[in-house]
Design a protein around this ligand. Structure first.
Ligand code: ATP
Ligand code: MG
Length: 234
């Protein structure tokens, strides 16, 4: 990505006129290579979540370019049509900081997680049940958890469900927004030891550790100071 900007308009006054912008992301250049794990570090509000969402096009970036080398050619993520974006969801996934807001409370875990599998052609319910069950087991949950609702899980368990969901389509790139922040350290290392899935391993290898000698990010990025200072446009 080059020069990526995501600005949010700030509305003010009775007429809700745009009175400026929050420059949540302002001029990010970043290369991510296959097999690489990149950690983004910065203080609260500096734009980490917004950058992740921008990459996945969950918020529309204001400017810049984001070239992604898909199997069938390189394209700018920011210029994909809605249909192309839908297709790209198989390749690009995100694990949210707050998994509760991203799980539909009215659906069982199976109900939520089977949707993408269905959409990408897994027709047999028994196959979907097996795959999602395997994924739950790989993040230290139980197959029986398939038919429970999100409110029946702890925060850490929900976060693991979020990880399982992101893994379900075997994506190439996963943006993890504090994907393991609700997990106990013991839980994460246990998960790491037990896990079957190579993506889960890579994901868990990205957990920030207090002991810097154990740090295994391949690279650390430190963005500029938060640029979320309101600038007036009028
Ligand atoms: N939808 C939005 N509309 C307006 N402003 C937003 C929106 N989303 C985020 N912001 C602002 O953009 C800035 C960056 O927010 P962001 O959530 O990306 O920070 P963060 O680095 O993930 O912080 P944290 O470490 O606390 O999760 C903040 O000032 C925030 O208030
Ligand atoms: Mg955040």
């Amino acid at each position: 990505m080059r020069g990526v900007r995501t600005w949010f308009p700030v509305k003010k006054g009775f007429f809700r006129r745009d009175s400026g912008h929050v420059k949540a992301v302002d001029g990010v250049d970043l290369d991510i290579y296959r097999g690489e794990i990149i950690g983004l570090v910065g203080e609260s509000g500096c734009g980490k979540t917004t950058l992740g969402k921008s990459l996945l096009q969950l918020v529309k970036p204001t400017g810049g370019t984001m070239e992604y080398a898909f199997q069938d050619g390189t394209r700018d993520l920011m210029k994909l049509s809605k249909r192309e974006l839908d297709k790209a969801r198989k390749t690009l996934q995100i694990v949210f900081q707050d998994p509760y807001s991203s799980l539909n409370p009215a659906f069982t875990i199976f109900g939520s997680l089977e949707e993408p599998l269905k959409k990408f052609g897994m027709r047999k319910k028994a196959d979907r049940e097996r795959i999602i069950g395997d994924l739950l087991v790989s993040v230290n949950l139980q197959r029986e958890h398939l038919f429970r609702y999100p409110n029946e899980f702890s925060g850490g368990q929900r976060q693991r469900i979020g990880i399982a969901r992101a893994l379900s389509l075997n994506p190439e790139l996963i943006a993890c927004d504090e994907a393991v922040s609700a997990l106990e350290l013991s839980e994460t290392s246990q998960l790491f030891a037990n896990t079957l899935h190579p993506y889960t391993k890579a994901l868990l290898a990205a957990i920030p550790v207090a002991d810097l000698s154990r740090l295994n990010f391949s690279r650390l990025l430190s963005p500029k100071r938060p640029s979320n200072i309101i600038s007036t446009t009028t």
